[in-house]
Design a binder for this molecule. Sequence first.
Ligand code: SF4
Length: 147
Amino acid sequence: MIAISACLIGVPCRYNGKAATSKDLMKALKEEELLAFCPEILGGLPTPRQPAEIINGTGIQVLKGERKIFDRLGNDITAAYIKGAYCSLDLLKKHGVKEAYLKDNSPSCGVTKIYDGSFTQNKINGFGVTAALLNDSGITVYHELRF
Ligand code: SF4
């Protein structure tokens, strides 16, 4: 079984209430058994929700308690992101998942890039919180443009 960010297979769970369906990824994984999950929903956040960014850091630093995540209104929602990451890890472990395809640029699911916390569309290299935790826990994470 392979895990996948739910928004990539058409679930409208992004902050703006939309999906980010990847037809190429769906085609590439069509023979696989997929487990769709959304860390931000597992963390208790509503949909739609305000966009949020890790402030001047990466998911690894959030997990270490060195950085926080704020939404665009200035609310500290770090705890929900951390909860979502650990709930995701539990879910994937329960299903014996070893690989996950995740939506890049997200503060949860980003694999190669995330936004820098300035809410100006600037990106930096690094994992989102869930991607960092899964990677640290031995689950191989790929971004959605691998194919
Ligand atoms: S947290 Fe991940 S799965 Fe959920 S909407 Fe954001 S990118 Fe998609």
